[in-house]
Design a protein around this ligand. Structure first.
Ligand SMILES: [Zn+2]
Length: 706
């Protein structure tokens, strides 16, 4: 999918996988006990006292710090609601040396992963042989490939070697581009040019189109051009240098190659869209014919490249970042040939390091740890088991839902979704700045929104297509990785020219997250998010509203955020607002940007533009759930408390820097306090005065949906 809006940063190892301070000590951590019992009908001291008690009774919590709190140092909820609610919990969370981050998403993910690790362990040791193509066979044989370091060291770059040679031996730009096109067309590797993705067409989401993707910008534009990021860039350059040495270059050659990679990288980044711009279809949806593409890439034989990519003969190609493409074309000249070859060599090494021999894997792991401020690695066994899960996500997904999904929970959550969709209808209809015609369209978007809960009825074709060859039959980790990449690209290519199946899932049921996809106008709640603390059927109404209710309302709100608003109910990129309404929307967006720009973490300002969409979704979600709850002060208190608790987090300084630079969500503490400070109901039930830290004057409170 092009732009899927998740609840929490996704695709980041440290965020998703490495937050596991509690689960490590005991997989059976009673999450809700930590806070749920502590939510009292009244605000204030009572909650804090109970939270302490609950924490003390829970032996599985890592009690690394003295949990006694000194009353003199008590944070007042009127000044900092997030700290007040989460102080006790966070005082018990000490990031392990292997963690960059702790939050409930990571915590639950660790619990899920631990279970999957146990399944892997059992299969590895049961001495049985399973029938080819079964989940058990795939997991067992893949795990063997992952753990057999002798085999991995012997394999080296193995099946990739000929492709790497064709990059290294290219004697002209033409040969270089051809080598990249082969890697992209056969496996989906992309570095500088020729990377593509087959996704729903934004102008007609019932069809697939070929999107010409941007170049791999390594550590990313935000770091390369950031003000506080030079030390991380230096660290990354060291990593490039080390990878080149491991590849067999001398120290001098590696230094020269690293310099030239850096030069290209800076040049490319100077013409690359920012992360927030990538969400703007007016910048990324650029339709080109093959002839147009040839005019854009004057230094490339475009028909030949498209043929090798296996996407020739299309009516249109969508270029994601035109300025970057122009820049890259200008760089595709003979005098840059060596630098380009070095750049693509490094990208290949970096993309496959985790699956290659022990030295490459260690370099990659060390770099990522340093980037996120992690001081100790997981150790081989855990790394291997997680890698196996990553390689066979759907096999593990099938196993996961067998024991982890109840029809009763699904029914409960469906009811809440219905209620939330109805409430948005009410909210939309009370907007004075929207015309009746536009309101009708917005309501239509709610009525036609597709809801996916739990897991797919039909498992993705990719799962069946993926076969694992054991070592005894000549397989290796790298060869199986390449098979999975081939399967993925073959599957995409087979969809080109067919009608989009809206029932398809592209998120696994064991994912601890939720999504809105504007192209399908759908919200997705994988089975794994339907658990405490987000949802608990034994929780009070208010607590579940602040938990899964807030999550649902956040996702629905994405249908009308600064990006979502640009798509209609069918997922077409189609501006359905009047010009006047759009102006009004932009004015409100600007005040939200300014409002969040005022918040900071570690002395670094939050980027209000980067986080705009998510902030709009959070603000809208809070309006929605407080409107549903109405005047019930006790339920509001529970909802605020639960929402705040669910967003508790702890980060290393380096990881916070990473988030501030790249995450489209505000830091969790800001997500909570900024939203509550703009929420009228928050002022209604708590005694917040002008002199309090949480106070924001009514006219300065922000949000699209009030
Ligand atoms: Zn979101």
């Amino acid at each position: 999918m092009a732009v899927i809006l998740t609840l929490q940063l996704a695709g980041c190892d440290a965020g998703d996988d490495k937050g596991n301070a509690i689960a490590e000590s005991d997989g059976k951590t009673s999450i809700k006990d930590l806070f749920h019992d502590s939510v009292k009908e009244d605000n204030g001291k009572q909650r804090e006292t109970d939270a302490e008690t609950a924490g003390e009774q829970d032996s599985s919590v890592d009690m690394t710090e003295d949990t006694d709190t000194d009353d003199d140092e008590d944070v007042r909820y009127q000044d900092d609601y997030y700290e007040f609610v989460n102080k006790n919990l966070l005082s018990k969370i000490e990031l392990a040396a292997t963690d960059a981050h702790w939050d409930w998403f990571g915590e639950l993910n660790a619990v899920v992963s631990n279970e999957m690790e146990n399944i892997t362990e059992e299969l590895a040791n049961d001495g049985k042989t399973y029938e080819k193509g079964t989940s058990e066979q795939k997991i067992k044989d893949m795990y063997e490939c992952v753990t057999d370091m002798e085999n991995r060291n012997e394999t080296g770059l193995g099946p990739l070697k000929p492709h790497m040679d064709s990059i290294r031996n290219a004697s002209s730009i033409d040969e270089y581009v051809d080598a990249l096109a082969h890697l992209s067309g056969e496996f989906g590797f992309s570095s500088i040019v020729g990377g593509y993705s087959i996704m729903q067409d934004k102008a007609d989401p019932s069809q697939y189109s070929v999107y010409m993707m941007y170049a791999d910008t390594l550590i990313g534009k935000e770091y390369i051009e950031g003000e506080n990021t030079q030390e991380y860039v230096d660290l990354y350059l060291d990593y490039i240098n080390d990878m080149f040495m491991e590849f067999g270059m001398t120290a001098q050659e590696a230094a020269v190659s690293t310099d030239s990679v850096e030069g290209l990288l800076r040049d490319i980044c100077s013409s690359t869209l920012t992360t927030e711009q990538l969400y703007d279809p007016s910048l990324t949806y650029n339709v080109y014919t093959q002839q147009d593409l040839q005019k854009l890439y004057t230094n490339v034989d475009v028909p030949k490249m498209l043929k090798t990519l296996r996407v020739n003969g299309q009516d249109k190609y969508i270029v994601m970042d035109v300025e970057q493409a122009k820049k890259i074309n200008s760089l595709l000249v003979e005098e840059n040939l060596q630098a380009l070859k070095d750049y693509s060599t490094f990208v290949m090494l970096n993309d496959t390091a985790k699956y290659a021999n022990a030295n490459y894997a260690k370099l990659s792991d060390d770099m990522q740890n340093a980037l996120y401020g992690i001081t100790e690695s997981w150790g081989d066994e855990k790394t291997w088991k997680r890698l196996t899960q990553e390689l066979l996500p759907w096999e593990f997904g099938m196993i996961y839902v067998k024991d982890h999904f109840s029809a009763k929970d699904k029914e409960d959550v469906e009811k809440m979704i219905e209620q939330i969709l109805e409430e948005y209808e009410t909210i939309i209809n009370r907007q004075e700045w929207m015309s009746e015609a536009t309101k009708k369209k917005a309501v239509r978007k709610l009525e036609t929104m597709q809801v996916k809960i739990g897991y797919p009825d039909k498992w993705p074709a990719e799962r069946d297509m993926m076969q694992v060859t054991p070592i005894s039959e000549g397989g290796s980790l790298l060869s199986n990785l390449l098979v999975s990449m081939q399967v993925s690209i073959d599957d995409s290519l087979s969809k080109l020219g067919t009608k989009v199946d809206r029932a398809e899932w592209d998120v696994t049921p064991q994912t601890i997250n939720a999504m809105y996809d504007p192209l399908n106008n759908e919200i997705v709640f994988p089975a794994a998010i339907l658990q405490a603390p987000f949802y608990d059927r034994n929780n009070s109404y208010g607590a579940n509203m602040g938990g899964i209710g807030f999550v649902i309302a956040h996702e629905v709100s994405h249908a009308f955020d600064s990006t979502g608003a640009l798509y209609d109910e069918y997922g077409n990129y189609n501006v359905w607002w009047t010009e006047k309404e759009m102006d009004e929307y932009k004015k409100m967006s600007q005040s939200i940007i300014d409002y969040y720009n005022n918040y900071e973490m570690m002395g670094v300002k939050v980027n209000g533009e980067l986080t705009l969409m998510e902030n709009i979704a959070d603000l809208g979600a809070m309006t929605c759930i407080t409107s549903i709850i109405g005047e019930d002060a006790a339920a509001l208190d529970e909802a605020f408390g639960q929402m705040t608790y669910n967003w508790a987090s702890e980060d290393t300084a380096s990881f916070m820097m990473y988030l501030l630079n790249t995450d489209t969500h505000s830091p969790n503490k800001v997500r909570v306090n900024a939203v509550l400070s703009s929420c009228d109901a928050f002022y209604r039930i708590y005694d917040i005065k002008e002199s309090d830290g949480m106070y924001v004057a009514p006219e300065k409170r922000v949000g699209i949906w009030k």
